[in-house]
Design a binder for this molecule. Structure first.
Ligand SMILES: NC(=O)c1ccc[n+]([C@@H]2O[C@H](COP(=O)([O-])OP(=O)(O)OC[C@H]3O[C@@H](n4cnc5c(N)ncnc54)[C@H](OP(=O)(O)O)[C@@H]3O)[C@@H](O)[C@H]2O)c1
Length: 303
């Protein structure tokens, strides 16, 4: 079993960082930093921190994740998502450390009609996707030991995400209008943390590295995802009745054209997970099973 002396974890206050923190502790000492302690928009600061800590594993879930806002802040998005990962890779290589980085389904344009595989040509259609693709390329150019996990539609009981937004809206609105013609895989932050740790446990120097599609199994639309969130949340009889308890009947499917956003999104960003299964013999849980767990956690937090 692989263990590490010092693990540097970025983005501790984000969804994935928060979920990773307790899991990574089973692999070694974790130094977890938020934006206040490690600002990825400042290259010299990144170098100083890594050189001081001297980790043998860097796990980087921190990112500029505001997809729409990125359209008006391309430089900042590029600094955090495009340049910083390359600096982390450079510093990791000097220390002979492994870099684990997260990327996105939004590197693809969504025109493929079947799930994307790792060797498919990326063609981002928004600033965020382009900045994340630049980060992947920067890491690959350094050619140190790295794992890049492309994930999608991340949610969980903690943080800002679609699941929590739907639950909040369900208490405020009688009906929800949700896009029904964009396809992807909702992926729980807890699954990302658990399976990252499983992979790291079996990882050794010289092991497979590169890009992996890393999502909960199956795929759906935002509309079906919203319905499942509400079905699961409100199916428990013990739940205290909210004032305007929404049901799946009150979710209305609309087309992406009817819901204008600043950034364009791919209509199909489903990712094939065949490679991760082949290399690590691991398959992340089905998205519905992962969702049930997150819903239960969410409910226990509001009791
Ligand atoms: N969320 C999704 O749906 C999604 C989909 C596909 C891929 N991904 C990828 O998955 C990874 C994890 O995403 P997530 O959902 O955990 O994101 P998240 O909840 O938005 O967390 C991102 C974290 O990055 C931090 N951050 C932002 N700017 C920073 C800076 N300049 N320096 C240091 N830290 C900074 C944020 O700090 P503050 O807390 O201070 O804001 C936040 O804690 C990211 O690489 C993301 O691109 C996410």
């Amino acid at each position: 079993m692989a263990t590490f002396n010092k693990i540097l974890l970025t983005g501790i206050n984000g969804q994935v960082g928060h979920a990773l923190y307790p899991k990574l502790q089973s692999l070694g000492e974790v130094i977890a930093l938020g934006r206040d302690q490690l600002d990825l928009s400042k290259p010299d600061h990144i170098r100083d921190i890594v050189r001081t800590i001297k980790p043998d594993l860097i796990v980087n879930p921190a990112a500029y994740t505001a997809v729409d806002k990125a359209e008006s802040e391309p430089e900042l998005a590029h600094a955090i998502n495009g340049i910083a990962p390359g600096i982390l890779a450079e510093e990791a290589k000097k220390l002979n450390a492994l870099l684990v980085h997260y990327s996105t389904d939004y590197v693809f344009d969504g025109t493929k009609t079947t799930p994307y595989i790792e060797t498919d040509e990326p063609n981002p259609i928004n600033v965020y996707g382009a900045s994340k693709l630049a980060g992947e390329k920067a890491i690959q150019a350094i050619a140190g030991q790295h794992l890049i996990f492309r994930t999608s539609w991340v949610y969980g009981a903690y943080g800002r995400n679609f699941m929590r937004t739907i639950l909040k809206l369900a208490q405020e609105n009688k009906s929800l209008r949700i896009i029904s013609d964009q396809f992807g895989a909702p992926t729980a932050s807890s699954s990302i943390a658990e399976y990252t740790t499983k992979i790291l446990r079996q990882w050794h120097t010289g092991h497979q590295h590169g890009i992996y599609h890393f999502v909960n199994e199956g795929h759906t639309t935002w509309f079906e995802f919203a319905k499942e969130i509400l079905n699961l949340y409100f199916e428990f009889p013990a739940h205290p009745s909210p004032p305007h308890a929404s049901t799946s009947k009150e979710v209305i499917g609309i087309s992406a054209k009817e819901y204008t956003t600043t950034a364009k999104r791919p209509s199909n960003s489903t990712l094939s997970t065949f490679k991760i299964y082949t290399d690590f013999r691991l398959t992340l849980p089905k998205w519905q099973d992962a969702l049930r767990k997150e819903i239960e956690l969410c409910r226990s937090m509001t009791r």
